[in-house]
Design a protein around this ligand. Structure first.
Ligand SMILES: Nc1nc2c(c(=O)[nH]1)N[C@H]1C(S)=C(S)[C@@H](COP(=O)(O)OP(=O)(O)OC[C@H]3O[C@@H](n4cnc5c(=O)[nH]c(N)nc54)[C@H](O)[C@@H]3O)O[C@H]1N2
Ligand SMILES: Nc1nc2c(c(=O)[nH]1)N[C@H]1C(S)=C(S)[C@@H](COP(=O)(O)OP(=O)(O)OC[C@H]3O[C@@H](n4cnc5c(=O)[nH]c(N)nc54)[C@H](O)[C@@H]3O)O[C@H]1N2
Ligand code: SF4
Ligand SMILES: [Mo]
Length: 564
């Protein structure tokens, strides 16, 4: 009998990069996955994780049907029973304690997975709770907030640069599109600097490798600012035209000399001077800061501020290869705003709200201390907080105190093992969605339809089906009006200018949704001063340092002399 063979162009959603893939489907089973040649991000290549996607999708350990924990054992139940019981418990807890006792969490897979993030947010708002949490509140949020505080917007580094400063970032392991771009551009003459305590393989290809003492990056960046100012290497016309507070920065950094930084960072004053000169004299230079090593530290906000100031005073904003503000995707927002504010909004005001822009998330590190008084039910969709969040023991002990823990995942994760109900989730090849990328090179922003390539594995459900059906059981069905995943995706795409049908039939390989330009318009920076705020009054008002200090390094490295 002739086989039914089909090729589906879709994206890889195993991480937030969304590389383009070509999936060969034979008689309903995905049998091969290759990189999509025409996708501008990965140009036909896949990282080892992306190459192994079928091992993930067809892993025999995948969850096959809903399960309930009964006396410590897992019992197979139907979806209908699971949702009826979960809805019953939720409604009872809501009646007894109010809607805010429900918390929801989605993981890194849900940050750029617009349907997962949007539907989770919509569900919590429909239920009446503000308490949505995400890995994002400790992943990229520090730099996003810091850049919003500084620029009003979120400029990002591009894939192509003339000078790459990998500052605690190792794209060989964690950033495949950047790894590919580096390979190309180093051949064409771009320069590479690696700042890493570990001699990663990329250090051997670097023009400069600096073996910094862990946790002291802010001190080195401040000393670079000191050199750039005192040797007049800054871009005076850019600073004049676009920035606020440079005059206050000059006296502020005088004490942060390279000699001072050498003692803290263990990088020689001479090397710090050379790097400052190289950075300041290269147009199209970018700092690529590590997330787990720069954002996710006690000094993450001020590290990010210092890197931003380095980009700004050298005029490396909105130039090819620098940090660039890209047009954002115009998109039908599935998420719904909550009526009240989530946990942490009052204690961490500037995390939650900047210039009127509110964060969709609460402060995830406050979850354990909030159980069981403030949170009694918790729904985890596409995340594994028991492993991934700081102080995992605190999360583990707290989750044991929940009245209701529900996990929707492909696998029996550590978090799922503690749950009352475990629900099987579709992989990205089993559902419809939108894949987009906006921040990475001259040719972006790019949009693609994430196509359902195969039918759901056993009884797996997509997030659309989960939330739609659970909402119905709760009497909240009207909040989920889309009759199918395709309808939901068509709604999301509507404002983008590219329709579902166009992307399905005419542009299965994806398409650009806007032109990217490097022009800085008068209204480019939406801070209160309409300038890039080197001196941040927003931080000052919130009780933080308006210019980056190094207090944290001093505290963390007692015994080392800091400036008085
Ligand atoms: N394969 C794979 N890729 C991933 C992920 C994954 O789980 N697996 N996760 C994705 C996610 S969600 C994120 S947020 C990113 C995270 O990506 P990043 O946080 O950027 O992590 P890495 O790129 O691994 O870079 C870490 C490097 O920093 C160095 N380092 C450690 N401490 C310090 C320090 O104090 N100072 C300096 N200068 N360097 C230091 C380490 O030696 C290491 O080489 O990765 C993404 N990519
Ligand atoms: N020690 C340490 N901890 C860290 C970090 C670190 O560097 N070191 N990095 C931190 C960072 S940056 C991040 S972003 C977090 C990541 O933290 P998490 O996102 O919580 O961790 P993951 O293990 O990526 O969890 C993703 C889960 O989603 C499931 N999944 C995949 N696709 C789907 C889907 O389509 N639907 C559903 N429902 N589920 C799906 C996967 O099976 C997996 O169990 O970890 C943080 N924690
Ligand atoms: S970098 Fe790897 S895992 Fe991430 S989307 Fe691309 S191929 Fe998939
Ligand atoms: Mo992350």
């Amino acid at each position: 009998m002739a086989r039914n063979v089909e090729e589906v162009f879709t994206d890889c959603t195993l991480c937030y990069h969304s590389c383009g893939t070509k999936v060969t489907v034979e008689d309903g089973k995905a049998v091969k996955v290759e990189g999509l040649e025409s996708h501008p991000l990965n140009e036909g290549k896949l990282c080892p994780k992306g190459e192994a996607v079928l091992d993930n999708i067809y892993d025999p350990n995948r969850l096959k049907y809903p399960m309930k924990r009964v006396n410590g054992d897992w019992e197979r139940i139907t979806w209908d029973q699971a949702l009826t019981e979960i809805a019953g418990k939720l409604n009872q807890l809501k009646a007894d304690f109010g809607p805010n006792i429900l918390g929801l969490f989605s993981g890194s897979i849900g940050v750029e997975n617009l349907e997962m993030a949007g539907l989770t947010q919509r569900f919590r708002a429909a239920f009446g709770s503000p308490n949505f949490f995400s890995v994002e509140s400790l992943c990229y949020r520090m730099r996003i907030r810091t850049r919003q505080i500084t620029f009003g917007k979120y400029p990002t580094e591009e894939l192509d640069s003339n000078l790459y400063i990998l500052w605690g970032h190792n794209p060989d392991e964690s950033d495949f599109p950047l790894k590919l771009a580096l390979e190309e551009n180093l051949k064409k003459g771009s320069k590479l600097v690696v700042i890493d305590p570990k001699r990663i393989p990329l250090a051997d290809k670097a023009d400069v490798y600096l073996r910094i003492r862990p946790g002291t990056d802010g001190a080195m960046a401040l000393a670079m600012i000191n050199v750039i100012i005192n040797e007049s290497l800054y871009d005076a016309s850019f600073i004049d035209k676009w920035t606020y507070g440079f005059d206050k920065l000059i006296p502020h950094v005088q004490k942060y000399t390279p000699e001072w930084a050498e003692k803290i960072t263990w990088v020689s004053a001479g090397d710090i001077r050379s790097l400052a000169r190289l950075f300041a004299t290269t147009k199209g230079a970018s700092i690529y800061q590590g997330t787990a090593t720069q954002d996710q530290t006690a000094n993450g906000t001020q590290n990010s501020r210092t890197f931003a100031i380095l980009q700004v005073i050298t005029g490396n904003i909105n130039v090819p290869g620098g940090w660039v503000i890209s047009p954002r995707l115009r998109f039908g927002n599935v998420g719904m705003g909550a009526e009240s504010e989530p946990l942490g909004a009052d204690q961490y005001r500037i995390f939650y709200e900047v210039f009127g822009r509110k964060s969709p998330y609460g402060v995830v590190t406050m979850v354990p201390e909030s159980i069981p008084e403030k949170l009694k039910a918790f729904l985890v969709v596409g995340g594994n907080p028991l492993i991934s969040m700081p102080d995992t023991n605190a999360f583990r002990e707290a989750f044991k105190r929940l009245d209701l823990l529900v996990v929707h995942d492909l696998f029996m994760t550590e978090t799922a093992e503690l749950a009352h109900y475990v629900l099987p989730a579709c992989s990205h090849l089993e559902k419809w969605g939108v894949a987009y990328t906006y921040n990475v090179c001259h040719c972006m922003p790019f949009l693609m339809l994430r196509k359902k390539a195969v039918e759901p594995f056993h009884e797996s459900w997509s997030e659309w089906k989960l939330f739609t059906e659970l909402a119905k059981k709760l009497g909240l069905g009207e909040y989920f009006p889309w009759k199918s995943e395709e309808e939901l995706v068509a709604f999301e795409l509507e404002p983008s200018g590219l329709t579902f049908d166009t992307l399905l039939h005419d542009k299965p390989e994806g398409g650009y949704y806007q032109e990217k330009t490097y022009e800085t318009k008068e209204d480019a920076f939406t801070t209160p001063t309409r300038k890039i705020e080197i001196y941040s009054e927003a931080l000052e008002k919130a009780g933080h340092d308006p210019l980056p200090p190094i207090w944290n390094q001093r505290k963390a490295h007692r015994g080392l002399a800091g400036p008085s």
